[in-house]
Design a protein around this ligand. Structure first.
Ligand code: BGC
Length: 248
């Protein structure tokens, strides 16, 4: 089944059609800069533009950078606060004319990695951390997702971890990779002491640069970069929509 996989990020809205049985993108991805302010209407319009450019009329799966329950956005750490309470699935369907499923962006990326990437076949507890404008997390136990885990918001040095160790912080403070890497390592050590995962998968924009900071990670848990790199969010969102369609 083909689904248009979309990822709404702090800096870009990206999408491509995905064959959900294999996780393989079917066309080159389209990226539109995230509108400013990133209001519901403006972001929905950007998704509409992506759908039109692929002449899309099938289902859409969308990863969104917030807590999302039953299609409704519940938080807004890195997106316009007017999203809170918005039925994102309904809004995207109305704008595009296509059925839509919306879920947390890191959860989407984690689903893709568990099925097609670095977490394939992994049992036990797997923690995916996406590094971008914020820090997103997806927690799996025996292959099943515990949705909306929001572990980028745990406190470290009296601040939210994503204000200490996200990729946006690295860029803003112009931190050398090693220095950022040791901040990120501190964050992951904190999480491994809380959750004792069997595997940690690193995704988001920073996954492409894994070799630049992997030497700074001092952890007891095995760590792997996302095999699908920054495409994991779009692929997982498409898979989630295909599954929602199949189950009802
Ligand atoms: C949000 C999460 C999101 C993460 C990555 C955080 O600020 O609270 O919901 O997954 O950023 O986009």
């Amino acid at each position: 089944m083909q689904v248009l996989g979309v990822d709404v990020g702090g800096s870009g809205v990206k999408g491509f059609p995905v064959e959900t049985d294999t996780g393989v993108p079917q066309m080159e991805r389209l990226r539109i800069p995230t509108p400013e302010p990133a209001t519901p209407q403006a972001v929905a319009e950007a998704i509409g533009q992506i759908a039109r450019s692929f002449q899309w009329s099938g289902p859409i799966g969308c990863g969104f950078p917030a807590v999302v329950r039953d299609g409704i956005v519940r938080t807004a750490a890195n997106i316009d606060s007017t999203w809170i309470g918005t039925d994102a699935a309904h809004l995207i369907s109305e704008t595009t004319g296509c059925p839509a499923v919306v879920l947390n962006d890191a959860d989407a990326a984690g689903l893709a990695e568990m099925r097609f990437g670095a977490g394939r076949g992994a049992g036990g507890v797997v923690l995916m951390v996406t590094v971008g404008t914020g820090l997103g997390t997806a927690l799996f136990t025996h292959g099943r997702l515990v949705p909306n885990s929001e572990l980028g918001h745990v406190f470290l040095h009296d601040m939210k971890a994503e204000h200490y160790a996200s990729d946006a912080v690295r860029k803003r403070l112009d931190l050398p990779w090693e220095e950022w890497g040791s901040r990120f390592s501190e964050y992951l050590r904190h999480l491994e002491n809380l959750f004792w995962p069997d595997l940690i998968i690193i995704g988001g924009g920073a996954s492409k640069r894994f070799e630049k900071f992997s030497g700074s990670l001092v952890l007891r848990t095995p760590v792997a970069p996302a095999a699908l790199l920054n495409n994991a969010g779009m692929i997982g969102a498409a898979v989630a929509a295909a599954e929602a369609g199949r189950s009802g």
